[in-house]
Design a protein around this ligand. Structure first.
Ligand code: GLY
Ligand code: MN
Ligand code: MN
Length: 451
């Protein structure tokens, strides 16, 4: 298929959005009724300034607001919803000549009853009027925000948030379309990053190549890109960008994404500088990840997938000679935990690590991960429409390997492991959507379209 045309990709999907807002409204209406509220105020939030400064970090909207109104830069705006009425958008459009005030897209004008307010005070006064006659009004947003002088029946009540968060795992057509566009731009960035690495670039240069090709600024990323060469590939959330290339290039792990209409792509690829055994390990983990993804369909337990991947990691450790015991023994004894210390993945959407991963039901019951895997962020059974990551890894992390004790130390082939320390580790991360009878791999599809 041809490379996606930017204009086509960036065209706002109006019809799907209209269905999305109707579905969001229906969910909130039922949930408000169930929780005993008559209306809800959902602020977009604001970005606080740094201590003793006149600037702050980039604004990130309250995801509960963004699900209704994916409007860029809607800082200070509030969504007010009273079932039976058109959702109201109190749009903060400050009279500001230092910054460019946000603009309201025409699809937002068509969707909401819009009020424009030039100051936070005016907006709060208007919100007070709407809440005054609306019965029991819930407030869903950052608790410290300008709600203090308004009287809400409850702030972030669990009876409301639990069902909303549980439902957010299931993505509709509008959300899936946004996730596909995010994946498409993310994949473009990853190919440019790979080429920069192969040409001998530094971490900083690879990062900049990723940003340029994925067409975004640093601040627009869904999370700070992880660009680690050599040992840095074994630092799970490595956060620096060395400006100079390393004296010897072994590996690159890049975990970097893209947002579109507030929905995130979270993609990791690992490369070896040479056609060596580390390259074979990358290919083997990639194959194991794809085999696991092929098993995805409604009804499967994500905890089972996670454990299956641990068994696969055990097999790979044995096959590549990192352990002298069998793969099964490496899994049973817990050796795999030192090589694969994070969860298999997490829900993704309006947040990179989206809410609700441990929820066992809309009522807020929790399904915490098994004791052995405290870092596993997703424990639900799979349902059509869920979107999550599948991101196994095998790392050579001295801190964790040093902690292997007793007999377990004897099962590790230390010479082999030490030879791999300069490569840091491997992670392969795709974002997948569960379909009615299988799976759509948003990430692989995006790369395939660029091939
Ligand atoms: N980029 C963070 C993660 O993969 O979860
Ligand atoms: Mn992830
Ligand atoms: Mn990631």
């Amino acid at each position: 298929m041809a490379r996606m045309d930017d204009r086509q990709a960036l065209e706002f999907p109006r019809a799907a959005y209209a269905r999305h807002v109707a579905a969001v409204a229906a969910t909130w209406e039922a949930t408000l009724q169930g929780a005993g509220f008559d209306a809800v105020a959902v602020p977009a939030g604001t970005s606080p300034w740094y201590f003793q400064d006149d600037q702050g970090p980039p604004f990130r909207p309250n995801p509960n607001f963004a699900q209704w109104a994916p409007i860029a830069g809607a800082e200070g705006s509030v969504l007010f919803f009273r079932p039976g009425e058109t959702p109201r958008l109190l749009f903060h459009q400050p009279a500001d000549y230092w910054h460019l005030p946000p603009a309201l897209p025409d699809w937002a004008e068509e969707t909401f009853a819009v009020e424009r307010h030039a100051s936070a005070e005016a907006l709060t006064a208007a919100l007070a009027k709407h809440t005054a006659g609306a019965g029991r009004v819930a407030y869903v947003g950052p608790p410290a925000e300008g709600a203090s002088n308004l009287s809400f029946a409850a702030t972030n009540p669990e009876a409301l948030l639990n069902p909303i968060h549980y439902a957010r795992a299931i993505k509709d057509d509008f959300e899936l379309a946004a996730l596909r566009v995010a994946a498409a731009f993310g994949a473009r960035g990853h190919l440019a990053a790979r080429d920069a690495f192969m040409a001998g670039a530094s971490e900083l240069e690879i990062h900049l190549a990723f940003l340029a090709a994925s067409r975004q600024t640093d601040a627009a990323q869904p999370y700070p890109g992880i660009v680690g060469q050599n040992e840095h590939a074994g630092v799970l959330h490595y956060q620096r960008y060395d400006a100079a290339p390393p004296p010897r290039r072994h590996s690159l792990l890049i975990d970097a994404g893209r947002q579109h209409l507030g929905y995130a792509a979270d993609i990791t690829r690992t490369y070896s500088a040479a056609a060596d055994e580390f390259a074979e390990l990358i290919a083997a983990l990639d194959a194991a990840q794809q085999a696991l993804i092929a098993d995805i369909r409604p009804g499967v337990s994500y905890v089972d997938l996670h454990e299956k991947m641990h068994r696969s990691v055990g097999e790979l450790l044995a096959r590549f000679g990192f352990v002298s015991c069998s793969g099964a023994a490496a899994f049973e004894s817990g050796i795999t935990d030192a090589f694969f210390p994070h969860g298999l993945g997490h829900l993704i959407g309006l947040q990179t690590h989206d809410v609700g991963g441990w929820m066992a039901g809309a009522d807020g019951r929790l399904a915490p991960p098994p004791e052995r895997y405290p870092a596993l962020r997703f424990t639900r059974f799979l349902e059509a429409g869920q979107v999550f990551t599948v991101e196994p890894g095998i790392y050579f992390i001295p801190l964790l390997l040093d902690a292997l004790r007793g007999d377990l130390r004897g099962d590790v082939n230390w010479a082999k492991v030490e030879a791999c320390l300069p490569c840091g580790g491997v992670r392969v991360e795709d974002n997948v959507a569960v379909t009615a009878d299988g799976v759509e791999n948003l990430t692989r599809d995006a790369f395939a379209r660029l091939a």
